[in-house]
Design a protein around this ligand. Structure first.
Ligand code: PLP
Length: 421
């Protein structure tokens, strides 16, 4: 198996081929060594550049701070969501804004997702370049740059969908699609509450649907309605009431479109916090859940059906840090600070391993661990794993994810949809 994902390595040999053809002799010092051996960063980089196995590399060998993806937890999260969707009779089009990684998207599609949602044109292009189809751009494409790129993408991948919340934008997209000789699939973006994007539910939304339906180069497919305000409401019952209250008018508009005979086969929405609430709403056809694949502190504290901790999904994403200073009995310093974590929340990261430690920011490059309740003695060079406060912006800080099972590093995936072009 080839281990750095998200780049074109098709011409590279498999491990079996590599060993059979004797190519391993070229790299004998690395490959012939046992698992107990430590690997330098240069050795790891060389092996990744060659596209060869990184078998034997452990968390101990990794540079820090770095991003870890726990494959067992990640696969369990994907499995749980896909089982839920099957049982509830809804489709999945998970949001790739969370992970910005086509290898993650590939696995979501492998588990039955129709494709992925994307928040930016950049994400859409990266997913398409990696062969991921069924893209739904959940942000409005406004202005020549975005419209040009969206239409170009839809030309290559005709199942790409846009969202529209204004008749002027519908007219611009229609014109661009006409010039490119394509028919662009579109959903009416209806705003449940946030006043971020989307037209308010009710007659105005249905009227916009009619406008889109009349335009020759657009193909109306249904409704996009994402209620971000419901996703982190604390307590399952309160969250349910919140989502039902604000999604209700969106679903009414969707039903009104259907009654008028408008094309309305897709009703897309929901979040990790409301996946098991919104999938039961009358009319909902697909879930655009994102964070469930990785998880974070922000979601753990919202409370689940069974109690105060939301544990439907596991923490699959961690930042790996190293203890770089230990001059006091009660405190140690790690090399992961403000630049290693998204800082958009009121709370910071939580230490997952070793148990009993708490973390506080100590500047751009450093964090302080409080050791009073540590499960074991903490010494210089110790590796510490931390759950991130908010997964989406945290992933966005890193170029790659090191995918691990236990202590062993198995693959490295590029965060290939990062950045702005
Ligand atoms: C439009 C849209 N849909 C879906 C999601 C996924 O939400 P979550 O990560 O809470 O599952 C987001 C997240 O911000 C979003 O902005």
């Amino acid at each position: 198996m080839i281990n750095i994902q998200g780049v074109n390595l098709q011409m590279r040999p498999s491990r079996r081929d590599w060993l059979r053809t004797g190519m391993h002799a070229l790299a004998a010092p690395m490959i012939m060594t046992s698992n107990a051996r430590a690997y330098s960063v240069d050795e790891i980089e060389e092996r990744l550049a060659r596209g060869s196995e990184i078998e034997g590399v452990t968390k101990q060998d990794l540079p820090t701070p770095s991003l870890l993806l726990d494959l067992d937890a990640f696969e369990a999260n994907l499995g749980r969501m896909s089982e839920h969707a099957k049982t509830a009779g809804v489709d999945l089009r998970p949001h790739a804004k969370t992970h910005k990684c086509s290898e993650v998207a590939r696995r979501q599609v492998g588990r039955g997702a129709l494709g992925v949602c994307v928040a930016t044109i950049r994400e859409a292009e990266a997913m398409a370049a990696a062969g991921i189809g069924g893209l739904l751009l959940t942000s409005e494409a406004v202005g020549p740059n975005k419209i040009h790129r969206l239409v170009r993408l839809a030309r290559q991948q005709p199942d790409t969908m846009a969202v529209i919340d204004h008749p002027d934008n519908a007219a611009e997209l229609d014109e661009a699609a006409g010039a490119a000789k394509i028919r662009l699939d579109a959903l009416v973006d209806i705003d449940p509450l946030g006043r971020r994007t989307g037209i308010p539910p009710g007659p105005a939304a249905v009227q916009l649907a009619e406008t889109i339906d009349r335009l020759a180069n657009l193909r109306l497919r249904g409704v996009h309605g994402y209620c971000g305000a419901s996703s982190h409401v604390k307590g399952f019952q309160a969250r349910k009431e919140h989502s039902e209250r604000y999604m209700g008018p969106v679903l009414d508009s969707f039903a009104a479109m259907r009654r008028k005979g408008l094309p309305a086969e897709i009703m897309s929405g929901a979040s990790t916090g409301t996946y098991n609430i919104d999938s039961a709403l009358e009319g909902m056809t697909e879930l655009q859940v994102g964070s469930y694949a990785l998880m974070d502190v922000d979601y753990r504290i919202i409370g689940g059906r069974g109690g105060e901790v939301y544990d439907d999904f596991h923490n699959a994403l961690h930042v790996l840090a190293t203890v770089v200073s230990k001059n006091h009995d009660d405190i140690a310093t790690v090399d992961a600070g403000l630049k290693a974590f998204a800082t958009d929340r009121e709370f910071g990261p939580e230490v997952a391993r070793p148990a009993g430690l708490t973390y506080a920011f100590r500047g751009d490059e450093h964090g302080a661990l409080t050791l009073a309740d540590a499960e074991r003695e903490i010494v210089l060079g110790d590796k510490i794993e931390l759950v991130v406060p908010h997964c989406d912006p945290n992933v966005n800080l890193y170029d790659r994810m090191y995918c691990v099972r236990g202590d062993s590093v198995q693959q490295v995936w590029k965060v290939d949809a990062r950045g702005h072009i």
